[in-house]
Design a protein around this ligand. Structure first.
Ligand code: F6R
Length: 581
C-alpha cells in the first residue's frame, strides 16, 4: 500500500511530484523517493521516513520534465533506502513506482531468472520483467502486466524518452492533462487547482502520457477512448492545518461535519424518495467493512434493526472475503469505507457484485473505487481526513446511517436532528484526568448495545495512537472470562448512555469494583454507583449519544498519545488507507 505520483511536460516536475507525494502521505510514510530524467539518464533520490526527509535531499531548483515519485508502506521487504521506490531495471533503462502487491513475484522471478536483486521488493521483479519483454515500451509493459497476479498501479519511465507509461489493476490510478503537461497519481487530490478534468483508469487499462497528449490502451494494446471527469467543482479546500495535529483539527471539525451532513441530507435531499423506496424493498442488510468503518457498520445495523425491523448482519471484510458466505438477492450489501479504497472492502464489493447482488457504499471520497462499483451511493460529508486515526469520518458515517434509517422508517426526526446539530459543540476534555488514568497497565472499555460499539471504537483509538494494550467489550461478557484479569492495576472505562440499560451497567461496575478494579464512568445519566473517575457527557436524545460519547474518547486517546510523546497523526506501522490485503 503506497502512494504514487508522476509528472510529464511541466518544467517544475520535481516540485509537483513532491507536493503530490505529500498529499498521498496518508497512504504510507515508511520511505519515499523520486526518479527523474536529466540529460536523458534516469536519476534516483530516496529516503527513509516521511517526505520531509526526501525534500532535504533534493537540491533547490532541481528541474526535470519527466518525474515519478512514491511514498511507501512496507509490504515486501523491510523499511530501508534499498527497498524504497522508485526501482530501476538492471539495464538502467527503466524506473518504476508501484502501489500494490505482485502475488506471483517468486514464480516470475524463477521463470525469468531475475536474480541478484538489489532490494527485497516484488516491484524490482516487475521492473526487470518489463525490461525482459519484447517490443516497444508499451508492449513490454502490457506483456509484463498480463503475467502478473495481484494488484498494481504503476508509473514507468524510460531513459531518453519524454513519456510516462501507466498501468493499473485493483489499485487506484488517475491521470490529467493541461496545456503544460500531464500528471498521474493515486488520488484526485494531486490535481487540485491544476486541472479541470481527469481520467480515472479502469483495471487493465494502459496509458502513454506525454507533455501534450494522453493515449489510452486496453490489455491487447488496442487504442481506446475514455471520457474525462470534470473536477473543476471538486472540493479540495479543507486540507489546511490550523492545529499542530490533523487529528485534533479533525476532532474539532465534528460539529461542522454534523451540520454539513444534516444540511446535505435534509436541504439538498441527497437521499431522495426513489432511492428510499429502492432501499425499503430489501428484506435484509449485510454491512461489510474494516476497522473503524466496521464499528460504524455495527452502529448502523443497530439503528436499522431498531427502527426499520430489518434483519441485519455485519462482517469484517477480510473475513467475509474468504468465507464463501450464502448470498441473497433479498439482501442489500452495504460497504462502509472512509477512503473507498480499502483493499479487503473493495474485494468483497466486487465479489458480491459479480454474483449479481446489489451493492451500496457509504464513503467519504467521491470517485473512489468503491463508489465506482456500487449501485447506490450514500456519501458522507466529513471532508478530507488526514490523520491516520479516523475520527470525523466515523462520526459522519454514524450520523449518515442514522439519517438513512430514520428516513427509511419514515420517522420524522428532522427537528430533533436539527436541534442537535445546532446545539452540539466541541467537548472540553479535562487533561487532569490523564495522569491518574496513565497509572493503569490494563484498560478495558465496556458498554451495552450502542455503548458496546462505542467501547470497541474507543479502544481501537487508544491502541492505534497511544499503543496501549486495551480492549473494548460487551459489559455482559466480562463475567464469562475477562473478569479474571481485573485487579487493582486495571482501569475499566464504562460507557453508559441508554437509560433502560443503566441498572445493568451499574451491576457490571460493582463486579469490577469488587475485584479491586478502578472505574471511569462516561455518561450523561444519573447513576447510583460510586466510581473513581467520571466524564460527564452533555445530554441529547439517546439515538444521538453514540456520536456524543465517542468524541471525549477520541480526545482521551489523542491527549494520551501526546502525553507519551507520540505523534498522533502518524502512528507506527500504520497508514491511512489500507490498499493491500
Ligand atoms: C482506525 C482506522 C482504520 C480504518 C480502516 C478502514 O482509526 O482509521 O481502522 O477505519 O482501515 O478504512 P476505510 O474506512 O478507509 O475503509
Amino acid at each position: 500500500m503506497c502512494g504514487i505520483c508522476a509528472s510529464v511536460g511541466f518544467k517544475n516536475g520535481v516540485e509537483l511530484v513532491v507536493d503530490g507525494l505529500k498529499k498521498l502521505e496518508y497512504r504510507g510514510y515508511d520511505s519515499s523517493g523520486i526518479a527523474y530524467l536529466k540529460n536523458d539518464e534516469i536519476n534516483l533520490i530516496k529516503s527513509v521516513g516521511q517526505i520531509k526527509n526526501l525534500q532535504e535531499k533534493i537540491t533547490d531548483n532541481l528541474q526535470s520534465d519527466v518525474v515519478i515519485g512514491h511514498t511507501r508502506w512496507a509490504t515486501h521487504g523491510k523499511v530501508s533506502v534499498e527497498n524504497a521506490h522508485p526501482h530501476i531495471s538492471f539495464g538502467k533503462s527503466f524506473a518504476l513506482v508501484h502501489n500494490g502487491i505482485i502475488e506471483n513475484y517468486e514464480h516470475l522471478k524463477k521463470q525469468f531468472q531475475i536474480d541478484n536483486l538489489y532490494s527485497q521488493t516484488d516491484t524490482e521483479v516487475l521492473i526487470n520483467l518489463i525490461e525482459k519483454q519484447e517490443g516497444k515500451t508499451l508492449d513490454k509493459l502490457i506483456g509484463a502486466c498480463n503475467m502478473v497476479e495481484g494488484s498494481f498501479a504503476v508509473c514507468l519511465i524510460e531513459k531518453k524518452s519524454d513519456k510516462i507509461y501507466l498501468a493499473k489493476r485493483n489499485s487506484p490510478l488517475m491521470v490529467a492533462i493541461s496545456q503544460n503537461g500531464c500528471m498521474a497519481g493515486s488520488d484526485i487530490s494531486i490535481f487540485a487547482k491544476k486541472f479541470e478534468e481527469c481520467f480515472i483508469l479502469e483495471d487493465d487499462e494502459f496509458v502513454i502520457a506525454s507533455a501534450k497528449k494522453l493515449d489510452f490502451f486496453n490489455k491487447y494494446g488496442e487504442k481506446i477512448e475514455k471520457t474525462p471527469l470534470n473536477i473543476s467543482n471538486f472540493d479540495f479546500s479543507d486540507e489546511n492545518l490550523n492545529e499542530k495535529y490533523f487529528m485534533l483539527k479533525e476532532i474539532k471539525e465534528q460539529p461542522i461535519v454534523l451540520k454539513k451532513t444534516f444540511f446535505k441530507y435534509f436541504s439538498e435531499n441527497y437521499l431522495n424518495e426513489q432511492l428510499l423506496s429502492q432501499l425499503g424493498k430489501f428484506k435484509k442488510f449485510h454491512f461489510i467493512a474494516c476497522g473503524t468503518a466496521y464499528h460504524s457498520s455495527l452502529m448502523g445495523a443497530l439503528f436499522l434493526e431498531k427502527f426499520c425491523r430489518k434483519e441485519c448482519q455485519v462482517s469484517i471484510a477480510s473475513e467475509f472475503r474468504y468465507a464463501n458466505r450464502v448470498l441473497s438477492k433479498n439482501c442489500l450489501y452495504v460497504f462502509v469505507s472512509q477512503s473507498g479504497e480499502t483493499a479487503d472492502t473493495i474485494a468483497c464489493a466486487k465479489l458480491v457484485k459479480e454474483k449479481g447482488m446489489k451493492v451500496m457504499c457509504v464513503t467519504n471520497v467521491p470517485y473512489s473505487t468503491l463508489e465506482h462499483i456500487a449501485d447506490f451511493v450514500l456519501p458522507t460529508f466529513a471532508g478530507k481526513e488526514v490523520a491516520v486515526a479516523s475520527t470525523k469520518a466515523y462520526v459522519s458515517q454514524v450520523f449518515t446511517l442514522l439519517i438513512m434509517v430514520l428516513k427509511m422508517a419514515k420517522i420524522d426526526e428532522q427537528d430533533l436532528l436539527k436541534d442537535f446539530v445546532l446545539r452540539y459543540d466541541n467537548f472540553n476534555f479535562d487533561e487532569k484526568l490523564l495522569f491518574p488514568i496513565s497509572k493503569f497497565k490494563k484498560v478495558f472499555f465496556i458498554g451495552r448495545g450502542q455503548d458496546y460499539v462505542t467501547s470497541l471504537e474507543a479502544s481501537l483509538k487508544l491502541k492505534e495512537i497511544a499503543y496501549l494494550n486495551c480492549m473494548g467489550m460487551a459489559s455482559g461478557e466480562l463475567k464469562h472470562g475477562t473478569l479474571a484479569l481485573i485487579d487493582k492495576e486495571t482501569l475499566v472505562i464504562a460507557v453508559s448512555t441508554v437509560e433502560s440499560l443503566k441498572s445493568k451497567v451499574e451491576s457490571n461496575i460493582e463486579e469490577v469494583k469488587a475485584r479491586g478494579g478502578k472505574v471511569l464512568l462516561l455518561s450523561n445519566l444519573v447513576h447510583n454507583v460510586d466510581v473513581d473517575f467520571r466524564i460527564d457527557l452533555p445530554s441529547f436524545d439517546e439515538i444521538l449519544m453514540p456520536i456524543v460519547s465517542v468524541i471525549p474518547l477520541q480526545l482521551l486517546a489523542f491527549n494520551y498519545a501526546l502525553m507519551l510523546g507520540y505523534n498522533p497523526d502518524k502512528p507506527r506501522n500504520l497508514a491511512k488507507s489500507v490498499t493491500v490485503e
